[in-house]
Design a protein around this ligand. Structure first.
Ligand code: SF4
Length: 209
């Protein structure tokens, strides 16, 4: 895809946030985000902008790091191996993927699945914050360290952030591992156990007192 040359200036987070703030509906925002060229290297590495899934009435928003190869090819979040495991674990917890919103902190695939740079997450936060404002979720469920740090800052480890409901401006936040870690450590690994436990906690929170 054509776009700015690698190494040229990033759009400022304020410029992206202003474009996002001007969007009144989800479809306006999706159209605007699909034309976004704020991050030069990501414009070069992406095939499409993965805006996210937002079913009507979703009470929880899952937030991961960035699209992978299958997400980039299909334009939908969490449809690769990690997404299939997430669907399986959601079903085990009695939750329906079709009823939850799924977003990433960065909407364009980084080359080689590298971790998004600080300037990229800062720019893309304009879109994410506007999406969270539109969805007004009761719960934000972060998947992996990058998403957790985006909301809670860099002072916490993922292990220490788990097990607490954090109050953040966009809602109540529960942090857990990314499904890719659950795949990497296998069916009996600690990340899969943690993910199961945290999804069960989320299901209890959604069921209410
Ligand atoms: S990652 Fe976000 S801010 Fe960067 S080019 Fe893609 S949509 Fe724009």
């Amino acid at each position: 895809m054509s776009g700015p040359a690698a190494g040229s200036a990033y759009d400022s987070p304020a410029a992206v946030a202003a474009r996002a703030a001007a969007c009144r509906t989800w479809s306006e925002l999706a159209d605007a985000a699909r034309r976004c060229t704020a991050c030069p290297d990501l414009v070069r590495s992406r095939s499409t902008v993965v805006v996210g899934d937002a079913p009507a009435g979703s009470r929880v928003v899952f937030v991961g790091e960035a699209p992978g190869a299958e997400e980039d090819a299909t334009g939908r979040p969490f449809v690769g191996r990690s997404g299939r495991l997430l669907d399986e674990l959601l079903a085990e917890a009695g939750l329906d993927r079709a009823g939850v919103a799924v977003l990433n902190i960065v909407k364009c695939r980084p080359a080689g699945n590298r971790t998004p740079r600080a300037a990229e997450t800062a720019s893309c936060s304009g879109w994410l914050n506007r999406q969270l404002g539109m969805l007004a979720p009761e719960f934000i469920f972060t998947l992996g360290l990058s998403a957790m740090k985006h909301f809670l800052g860099g002072g916490l480890s993922l292990a220490s952030a788990r097990g607490t409901v954090h109050e953040v401006p966009a809602g109540r936040l529960v942090a857990t591992y990314h499904p890719s870690a659950a795949l990497r450590f296998g069916p009996l690994g600690a990340p899969r156990t943690a993910l199961r436990e945290d999804l069960a906690t989320l299901a209890e929170l959604l069921a209410g007192p």
